[in-house]
Structure formats: structure tokens, C-alpha cells
Design a protein around this ligand. Sequence first.
Ligand SMILES: O=C(O)CCC(=O)C(=O)O
Ligand SMILES: [Fe+2]
Length: 221
Amino acid sequence: MSTLFDDAPAGHSEIAPGAVHVPGWLSVEQQRELVEACREFGRGPVPYRAAKLPGGHEMSVRTLCLGWHWAPYKYTRTADDVNGERVLDFPDWLAEWGRRALVDAYQDPAAGRDYEPDTALINFYDDTAKMGMHQDKDEQADFPVVSLSVGDDCLFRFGNTESRTRPYTDIRLRSGDLFVFGGPARFAYHGVPKIYPATTDPACGLTGGRLNLTMRVTGLG
Ligand SMILES: O=C(O)CCC(=O)C(=O)O
Ligand SMILES: [Fe+2]
């Protein structure tokens, strides 16, 4: 509930210092726009794929990258574990969304000033997909990660920088939500233990499943 003393909009919550959840940040139109763009990205040259972990295990999410290709656990310009093609460029409009996301999440008009994300990981989760607790640490820079979600709700677990175990905070991410983690939270462990199937409003552009896009600054030349 919002009170006279809140200086942040209702529902805008700081999960940990540097980690902010902004429910409903994307309008339904913007969600549809994002879904359509992500469909278009999937037409190539590099398709969505389940990344293989070094032990041989396949991730349950299907992933496509922009700007730089991520395969566990490094960034390259070409998708050598898929078809060897160069990934699509990181679009300017998406970088602009990233800068606006930081301004809104941190309630600071200057927060987006030097933010030039150069990679996006787009993950598609079906009803049973999940993502184990991990750090986003293959980047050589500590700019914030901007995360956008569309489609089914999920349980998002945001932990600490020391270990993949407690203390952590469980939150429900819904279609249109923004989550930003930077500053002292930048290298916190996080994961997606569960999707809540059939919670999507098809108006978002997806009839099932969950799309998550994280943009990052790789710090690579
Ligand atoms: O799906 C999410 O909300 C998180 C995705 C994530 O942590 C990642 O791609 O590294
Ligand atoms: Fe992550």
C-alpha cells in the first residue's frame, strides 16, 4: 500500500540494495512489441537453442543472444556452439529501453547516462523450464543487469553474493515486470525455480510460456 511518506511509486520495491522490482513497467503494447521482436530475432541467423553446460547437461530454457553470444561460460561474436553464425546486432531501441529502465528503477534521472548495454540474453521458458541459482559474472564490467519479463508468471529467487543458498528473497515476476540488479547486488546469485503455467494474458503476445530478456554490458571490446 502506498502512503504519503513513500517516495517510490506503489509496487516499486527494493529487494536488496541495488536490486529493484518494478511491477508492470512495460505496457501491454510494449510487451507485444517485445514478443514480436523476439520472434523476429529467432528467424536468424542464429536460432533459439538450449545451451549445453560443460558437463553435457542441456539447460531447460531456450536462449538467443544479441550483440554477443553467450555459451556457458563465455561471450563470443559468433554462435560457435550453434551454427557458427554471427549474432544479430544489439538494437538501439533496446539500449534506450535499458536506460529508461535504470532511470525508473533507481528513481534517478542520471542513472541511465553511461549505460550502453551490448548483449541481451533472451530466454524462453516452457511450463517446466527453470534456471538454477547462478551469478551473471561472465561480463568484465559491473554495470547493472536489466531484466524484462513477458508471459507466464514465475518464481524468481534473488539471493546474496556469497553463496547460492539463503538468505534469499522469493518474488513473483509477472508479465511486464522490470527487475534491475546493480551496485552491491550486481553479482548476487539468482534463479528461476518455477514457472506458473497458464498465468499468461494472451494480450501480451504469448499464448503460453515465459520470455525473459536480460541486457548487460559485457565490457568486451
Ligand atoms: O528468467 C529470469 O528471470 C532470469 C534469467 C537469468 O538469470 C539469466 O538469463 O541469467
Ligand atoms: Fe542470470
